[in-house]
Design a protein around this ligand. Structure first.
Ligand code: IDP
Ligand code: MG
Length: 153
C-alpha cells in the first residue's frame, strides 16, 4: 500500500478502553481526515498478543506487557491515508507518556509507559504484518470516502 492508500494498525489498549477513551481516539483520527477501514472490539488471546509483540520477547517487561494487553478488551483498528504510519506515530506521542508533548494522545491522557493506552505501527512494513495478524482480508471494508476530494488536493 502506498500514497493515499497507506494503512496502519491502531489499537486502543485495555486501559484506554476501560477509561472510556475509545471515542476520543477515533475522533482524532477521523477529524484529521484519515479513513477507517477496519475495526473490532475483542479480548485478544494471549497467543495473538505474544505474536504481536514478538520483537520485544527478550525485554524484561515482555511478560508484564502481555499480561497488561490481555487484562481486558482492546479496540483494534485499521486506518488509511497519506503518510498515516508516520503521522499516526506523531499523533500517539512518544512510547513513554512522560516524554510525549501535550496535544498527542499519550501526552494528553496517560502518565506511565506500562499504561500508555494506545498502540500504533512504527513502519509501513510492521503495519502490514500487524494488519495481517489481527484482521482477515474480508474484515477490511473497501469504500470511497465522500471526503476524499476535500482532504486531498
Ligand atoms: P511503542 O508502543 O511506542 O511502539 P515499543 O517500544 O514498541 O513502543 O513497546 C511496546 C509497548 O511495550 C509500549 O507501548 C509499552 O506499552 C510497553 N513498554 C515499552 N517499554 C516499556 C518499559 O520500559 N516498561 C514497561 N512497558 C514498556
Ligand atoms: Mg512498537
Amino acid at each position: 500500500m502506498s500514497g493515499n492508500k497507506e494503512r496502519t494498525f491502531i489499537a486502543v489498549k485495555p486501559d484506554g478502553v476501560q477509561r472510556g477513551l475509545v471515542g476520543e481516539i477515533i475522533t482524532r483520527f477521523e477529524r484529521k481526515g484519515f479513513k477507517l477501514v477496519g475495526m473490532k472490539h475483542l479480548h485478544a488471546p494471549e497467543t495473538l498478543l505474544k505474536q504481536h509483540y514478538i520483537d520485544l520477547k527478550d525485554k524484561p517487561f515482555y511478560p508484564g506487557l502481555v499480561k497488561y494487553m490481555s487484562s481486558g478488551p482492546v479496540v483494534a483498528m485499521v486506518w488509511e491515508g497519506l503518510g498515516i504510519v508516520k503521522t499516526g506515530r506523531v499523533m500517539l506521542g512518544e512510547t513513554n507518556p512522560a516524554d510525549s508533548k501535550p496535544g498527542t494522545i499519550r501526552g494528553d491522557f496517560c502518565i506511565q509507559v506500562g499504561r500508555n493506552i494506545i498502540h500504533g505501527s512504527d513502519s509501513v512494513e510492521s503495519a502490514q504484518k500487524e494488519i495481517n495478524l489481527w484482521f482477515k482480508p474480508e474484515e477490511l471494508v473497501c469504500y470511497e470516502s465522500c471526503q476524499k476530494n476535500w482532504v486531498y488536493e
